[in-house]
Structure formats: C-alpha cells, structure tokens
Ligand binder design. Structure first.
Ligand SMILES: [Zn+2]
Ligand SMILES: [Zn+2]
Length: 315
C-alpha cells in the first residue's frame, strides 16, 4: 500500500563515542523521529540527559539494541525509571539479538519490578522486519565477535508524481478527487452521462522509493546478506571506531576504520555517510573524514553529539 508523502524524518546523534565516553561524546545512542513516531537505536549511558538537552521529550515508541556490550545499553536502566516516574503505562518493546529476553528480565528485576509499564522483549534475527505505519525496521547480522545486529529503517514507496493536466483531461474535476488519486485510491466520475473509473495509474508516475537510514552498530566491514536491503541509503551510520592508521587494531577488536566505512558506503550507493562510534583516543575526526573520502564519493560527516539531521526526500 502507498502512503501519502510528507512525513518528517529526523535523526538526533545523542551519543557518537565508542566504548569509552569522553567529555564531548556519549556512548552510542541515536534517536530517529519519523512523523510522530520516536525510535531509539542503542541507549548508551546518559542517553536520557542527552534527550533532555535537545528536548526530544520522552515519548518513545520502541527501542532497538544492536548488541549486549555495555556501551550500547547502560542508559536503559535510568531511562526506564524516568519513563515510569513520568507515569508511562503503555507497554514498551525492546528489540535486540539473542539475550534480549534475559536483558529485559534483568532490567525488570533490578528495578525491583516497580516499573509501572510493561517492558516487552522481542528477539530479532537476520532479516526480521518490524512493521510501523508507513515504514519498517529490518535487522541484519553484523560481524562483531558476539551476536550483533544492524538496523535498516526503510520507508514504503511513495506514490509517483501526480499529472494534474492528465487528470483534468480525463474529466476529473480539481478538488478532493485529486487527493484521493494521489493517495492511491481509484475514483468514480460521471463523464458524458456514464460513470467512468479513473485509476491512480492513469494519473500517477512510477512509485518513488521512500527514504532509508542504515545503522550498522559495531562491526567489521563486509557483513553479508543485507546490502540489497541497505542499497541507496539516504544515510549510513557506520562504525568508524578507528582511522586507517589503526587497521590492525580494528581487525583485532571487530570494529571498522573510517576508510572501510567509506568503502561500504560506496558499495551501497549511500548519499551520506555518518562516521560514528569514534574511539576516545581521537580529539579530532579530520583523519577519519579524509580516510572515508578516499573510498566514497558522497557526503561524509562525523557528527558531534547533539547534532540534529533532517533527511529530505530525494527526487
Ligand atoms: Zn560499542
Ligand atoms: Zn560492541
């Protein structure tokens, strides 16, 4: 089914550090707001304070955790307590790879079962999709030495361009019927004393792809079996823990260098590459950006914490 275009798609970089935070960078956490939905991808320590700093509010619809290294989940404990204090009673689902059940049970247990809302665990495997209205989130396996997932948020196709002149030519009067055709509904009109059906295909161009954000979590490059799902991403958030001088170290600890992130972005045909999970050893990301640009023709950014990026429709 096609949905009418026009939803906002924003991403807040709440935590861009690697395993160790720095005074400038918090552990991983990315908040994506699509229309009125708010999804959290990873929830490193201090996530809730970062949310306060950029005033995202605390209405969260789902949490996706990439893996069970503490830099990616320690913020859950404080955040759940805050949601409870604020009177949340709606269930909240935490999605993640295996051990998500044990994790959610532990959070409930350590909160002494005082959370006022049901916390639900849902384990995802490679290829699993979680459906939301107008888009889905799909999990893919990454290479990080333990069970770990990346996530792809992909919007449904948008209707093609509306050919107004063609509609008028076919006898559709300008007005509400135009809107119905644009939403993919067929309409009935009276033309020359008989009823005529006008179908969306008569007045719309080919469907246009929706927007797509890919977040790899922690990984070596070259994970298999997902690039078709991630191709032509508007934004790729890729592990770039190290610059290219530390390739050996990256291999050893199952992370990526900025140059490797650039190669993946190029292979996917991404529009923008955001280098994240920056190791605490770096005080500047100038090398990272330069390394990535050697392999990738699109835009490369290494966002500071609290950066807000809005993704417009392309074409
Ligand atoms: Zn990490
Ligand atoms: Zn990790």
């Amino acid at each position: 089914m096609l949905f009418i275009a026009g939803e906002t798609l924003q991403i807040y970089f709440l935590g861009t550090a690697g395993a160790l935070p720095t005074p400038q960078r918090n552990p991983p956490c990315f908040l994506i707001r699509r229309g009125s939905d708010t999804l959290l991808f990873d929830c490193g320590e201090g996530a809730q304070q970062q949310m306060m700093r950029v005033r995202t509010g605390f209405t969260i619809d789902a949490v996706f955790i990439t893996h069970w290294h503490a830099d990616h989940f320690l913020g859950i404990f404080g955040l759940m307590q805050t949601l409870s204090f604020m009177g949340r009673d709606e269930p909240l689902t935490i999605y993640g790879p295996e051990w998500v059940d044990e994790f959610v049970a532990a959070v409930s247990h350590l909160s002494r079962n005082h959370l006022r809302f049901p916390l639900v665990a849902r384990k995802l495997r490679h290829g699993d999709q979680v459906r939301f209205e107008g888009y889905h989130v799909r999990a893919f396996r990454t290479v990080h030495g333990i069970a770990s997932l990346g996530y792809i948020l992909a919007e449904d196709d948008r209707p093609g361009r509306f050919h107004r002149e063609r509609a008028i030519e076919l006898g559709v009067p300008p007005g509400p019927l135009f809107g119905r055709l644009q939403r993919g509904e067929e309409v009935h009109i009276a033309a020359g004393g008989e009823e005529r059906i006008i179908r969306p295909g008569d007045v719309l161009g080919a469907p246009r792809p929706g927007r797509k954000i890919v977040y790899t979590g922690d990984t070596r490059p070259g994970c298999e079996g997902w690039k078709g799902w991630g191709c032509r991403a508007d934004l790729l958030l890729h592990d770039a823990t190290f610059d290219d001088d530390e390739l050996d170290r990256a291999r050893e600890v199952y992370h990526s260098t900025a140059g490797e992130a650039g190669s993946v972005a190029e292979e996917l045909g991404a529009a923008t590459l955001a280098l994240v999970h920056i190791s605490s050893r770096y005080t500047t990301t100038a090398n990272h950006i330069e390394n990535a640009k050697e392999h990738f023709r699109g835009d490369v950014i290494a966002p500071d914490d609290l950066t807000l990026l809005e993704l417009p429709y392309r074409g």
